[in-house]
Design a protein around this ligand. Sequence first.
Ligand SMILES: Cc1ncc(COP(=O)(O)O)c(C=O)c1O
Length: 485
Amino acid sequence: MTSQVRGGQLARLLGQWHALPGRRRSPDYAALAGAVRGLLADGRLPLGVRLPAERELAEALKISRTTVTAAYRELRESGHLASRRGAGSWTMLPGGHRVASSGLWTPTDDLDMIDLSCAALAAPPELIHAARSAAEDLPRYLHGAGYHPTGIVELREAVAQGYADRGLPTSPEQIMVTSGTQHALDLVLRLGLPPGGSVLVESPTYPNALAALAARRARIATHGLALDGTGWDAELLLGSLRQTRPRMAYLIPEFQNPTGHLMPAELRERVVAAAHAAGTDLVVDESFVDLPLDGVELPPPTAAFDRHSRVVSIGGMSKPYWGGLRIGWVRASAPQVQRLAAARVGVDMASPVLDQLVAVHLLQAAPAIAAARRSQLTVQRDALLAALAERLPDWRVRIPRGGVTLWAELDGPISSALSRAAEEVGVRLAPGPRFGLDGTLERFLRLPFTLPAPELVDAVGRIAAVRYDLDRASRPRWREPAVIA
Ligand SMILES: Cc1ncc(COP(=O)(O)O)c(C=O)c1O
């Protein structure tokens, strides 16, 4: 089945496609084609969807049909659109492109690109040793069929111990191992959210969580996070829960992706109470909990305030260890875990035993690995902050005290245009609108500090250069004053 995007929807996604304020203008058709390519490149416009008929889009954008015809022609020529007479036009990408782990479309062959669209670290050196030890352990499992829908016992024990160490007593029966945190979220949504159910999320938030919600056709309401302070506005957040009584709320209390905010203990307690009163299930994504920086002290886990099995916690190995492991987990009540395991049998049966054993070995070395990660991230974050202060002093950033990303407020609504321009000079960015709904957040950009410091500094230099070019294009050329008679 082909899905279709209507004229009004595409117009909303395109936003201010035709001009940056005062920018020297390229022809309208070229600007429109460029903006559609931008939407495809950052994943906001999916592949294989039918674009509106030319007349419909022209009406929605209040431009001439000839402009749309020319833009569609250009998109066909650049390999971004396939058309069949009488049947319509579908989005596509020129050959050799694929979808990246970040959910963004990326070419396979551009190894020179500095990729700031993905907020994940390369594997730690300990991974090879953990993999060898896991292979040695494997014979213990080979006599069985190898399907463990809730995960192998030793990993469930290790994860449960991790919660206990954070002050939240947890039994292995409360843990289900998944193939990554994203998988955990998808399973929790399958079980707890009926199609079309209402969900409250932070704005900005993690784009792939939005994708998982879209797949459930969730009705999404947002709670806007401030750049400053603690991010969450307690009264507004609690008020939304009370008034809209969503079926579910998805929050990232530890070093929120992308803002880096850490939710204070008091608010955690109040959110859990409000969620319970509203009949809302709370899904807390703890992906970054192992990565506090600057010695910042962590509040108790959100689930520590839960007396009614309202809170489901999800987390995984990707951020402190390695995304390629694809190991995550859910912490919930034991009966919920059983129901999740039953739901999972219809999806992927179980996670790979060997990868789970690797995770067990990495968790045994957790304190040393996490400490090394924190030092590495501190150096990289500080290099990124220093480069931004030097090269882009008009951008406003808040120093994140953990996690792997910072959220910059730009000096104009230029995030998508800047990302397109940066791609031309070898830096891939995830523009602000990727982290929200309906093309908002154009004034913001997420910058991860997961790459080595020299690459981050190089990237900021290139971004600053294209930012400057956007300005030069916008500077009106000098004209002789006209004589007024
Ligand atoms: C908040 C958040 N949740 C989930 C994920 C996905 O994690 P995993 O690789 O474990 O599926 C990420 C990865 O960036 C993330 O930032």
